[in-house]
Design a protein around this ligand. Sequence first.
Ligand code: SF4
Length: 376
Amino acid sequence: MKNSGIYIHIPFCDHKCIYCDFYSITNYQNISAYLDSLKIEIDTYAALYKDTHVFDSIFFGGGTPSFMEPGYISEIINYIKKNFKCTGDAEITMETNPGTVDEEKIQAFLQAGINRISIGIQSFDEGDLKFLTRIHSAGLAKQTVHTVKQAGCNNISIDLIFNLPGQSKEKWRYNLETAFTLPIDHISAYSLILERGTILNKLVLDGKVQLEGEEHDAGLYEETIAFMAPKGFSQYEVSNFCKPGFECRHNNHYWHYDDYLSFGTSAHSFMNGKRWWNISSLNLYIESVKHKKHAVAGSEVPAESERLNEYTMLALRSNGIEITRLEKLFGTGWYKKNQAYIGSLAASQYIVIRDNCISLTPAGYAVCDEILVHLQ
Ligand code: SF4
């Protein structure tokens, strides 16, 4: 039995943020039809994987899952548990946006089975929030963390974005300092990424918004890494930091190259070496599930060389490349081919090799992409 994760995409949002390229819509007419389709999709894949996989994480992402009624989320959790083997201690995360929940609603989500809440704060600066077109204020963001804690959640993560236009080192540091005044256990800190097709991309192309350069970005990232360790948060992936024992189990499945099943619009799955992805459009997704019992838009079985590259990339960005596991999956030869380069990285203190595992040092995380280019 393989330990794996389940992802559920909830595509409904209050509005579209300018930087967002996730599939989300602001029309709620099909909420109930969507739930029915998710159940059919779950039935389809349960028939294939219920006897081969054990699921120890469920992740509700979006979109804005916290926008849903707790009964809706509860019904999905119960349906998954009824149809798949799930561990008793499964981590069940829900992405939550400030402005969509109060204490009573959070309590109902916890009762439904949610035991980890990831809050999309992005910034504690009013100007940044306005720029990002978020619906919340900095005050509401802080209040939401306290509300989630008071409601009884003991595993709280927040998302922050750095390298926003005009964001000085001091302004970013203020965000980090504010985060540590709150009862949080985990921080995901991402650099602003300009995605094609977003409103932000158009604003940049039209010269209406100017983004900060790569050097500034690298400076803020180094500031982030240096800030976390003295606060007791260790880095376990390029963008993720937490108290001991609060690593996100679900995201670790992605980074450790484990299997995962995903349901809903635009959801991507990876099972037994095969990858597939669902139709994005909500209406087409519902139609497809109605007629075919699934909504697969495309699939591939990556070639071994591609899988090796993915594995080394994901492992190095997270808990390190376990040489024994790599050789078990891809055969011997990789280490020998890269031995000289790995030796030079160790001498420059970008990596450490311990217990047959190659992992990045804080200085190494800062140049991770460059290192990956040189690994063969
Ligand atoms: S709330 Fe999240 S998912 Fe929805 S539009 Fe904004 S960034 Fe995208």
